[in-house]
Design a binder for this molecule. Structure first.
Ligand code: SF4
Ligand code: MG
Length: 334
């Protein structure tokens, strides 16, 4: 959970007291080595905040992060953070902003390798660039970020993250700022790295079609809460939650990752709500065509749904599906 304080001004501050943005509420997920997990949602749904919490760039308001089953809650301090950062690395949306324009590729990678005690000279640089398919290394090492294409810059950012030999990569919209024609190449590279390095990858995106293409598991966020999850094929082809339906049906083309227009617009589906005063009950209820009375007052809990294993949804429409057969039978006889 992450709540950000909001500075209120004037009379509002006096009458209502301190306010918070409910950026992330009770979100729970597991990353596993050798698996890509997509976290899908509109902008403002809290997905980037989840990545930053997992990277421990933000302190959390509540909850815990466990790595290899060990809580990160008890220990603090710089040394502990460095050890965590070695295992969990982040890739940002804008490779231009995350690389320092006054330093060469050589400088960026050498520094990252040295921080993690893995610099062993020229061949360690060539190995990193080889991992991201920038070969021969001599073509790239002396270049500055502005001398590289967007795709090459993102590959250098990925190489820098790999310098730590991490177990997990947190990739926040890693291709959304790239030219559509090269997105697929970068996603394929990440998938290849997942296999070869047995990485756990969190892939954050607003583009559910790319999640189907690229991720093993897909989780859907709406207004700071997680609303559905399961294997990508099931969630994207047989979505249960009304919001996931909306996402799937407003994504015009499953091949869009290869090119095409923006994923969807909100014209006839309404806007995501303010997270300062989020809607009560199910946060999707003001936009949901199937909303019932209970939706306005009570937060739906996760329940297993359908035939696919581990497909879950948080929606009152599926209240009964998650119960065991025995239980429903009992309820009927009672
Ligand atoms: Fe719609 Fe209710 Fe399900 Fe929320 S809980 S998605 S409002 S039906
Ligand atoms: Mg974001």
């Amino acid at each position: 959970t992450k709540h950000f304080p909001v500075r209120a001004r004037g009379r509002a501050a006096l009458s209502r007291g301190p306010k918070v943005v409910h950026a992330v509420d009770d979100v729970s997920l597991s990353l596993r080595r050798g698996r890509v997990t997509a976290l899908v949602g509109e902008s403002g749904s809290g997905k980037s905040t989840v990545a930053r919490l997992l990277a421990q760039l933000y302190p959390r308001t509540g909850g815990d992060i466990r790595i290899g089953g060990v809580s990160t809650a008890v220990k603090g301090g710089g040394r502990h953070f460095k050890a965590y950062a070695r295992r969990v690395q982040m890739i940002f949306q804008d490779p231009f902003a995350s690389l320092n324009p006054v330093h060469t590729v050589r400088h960026h990678l050498t520094r990252a390798l040295k921080i993690h005690g893995r610099y062993t000279g020229e061949e360690s640089l060539a190995e990193l660039l080889g991992r991201v398919q920038l070969t021969p290394a001599s073509l790239y090492l002396e270049k500055y970020p502005h001398e590289l294409s967007g795709g090459q810059r993102q590959r250098v950012s990925i190489a820098r993250a790999l310098a730590a030999a991490p177990e997990a990569l947190l990739a926040d919209e890693p291709v959304s700022m790239l030219d559509v024609s090269i997105r697929l190449g970068v996603l394929n590279l990440l998938r290849d790295l997942k296999e070869r390095l047995d990485l756990a990858i969190l892939y954050i995106t607003h583009d559910i079609a790319s999640a189907r293409y690229f991720a093993d598991e897909t989780l859907v966020m709406y207004a700071g809460r997680m609303v559905e999850g399961g294997d990508s094929e099931t969630v994207t082809q047989r979505p249960a939650h009304p919001y996931t339906h909306l996402l799937v049906h407003s994504a015009p083309d499953p091949e869009r990752v290869r090119g095409g227009p923006a994923p969807y617009d909100d014209e006839d589906t309404g806007e995501p709500p303010s997270l300062i005063d989020p809607p009560s009950g199910c946060r999707f209820h003001p936009r949901c065509p199937k909303a019932m009375d209970v939706c306005r007052t009570r937060v739906p809990e996760r329940t297993l749904v359908g035939d696919a294993p581990d497909h879950w949804v948080a929606c009152w429409l599926f209240e009964d599906e998650g119960r065991g057969e025995g239980q429903s039978a009992d309820a009927e006889t009672d």
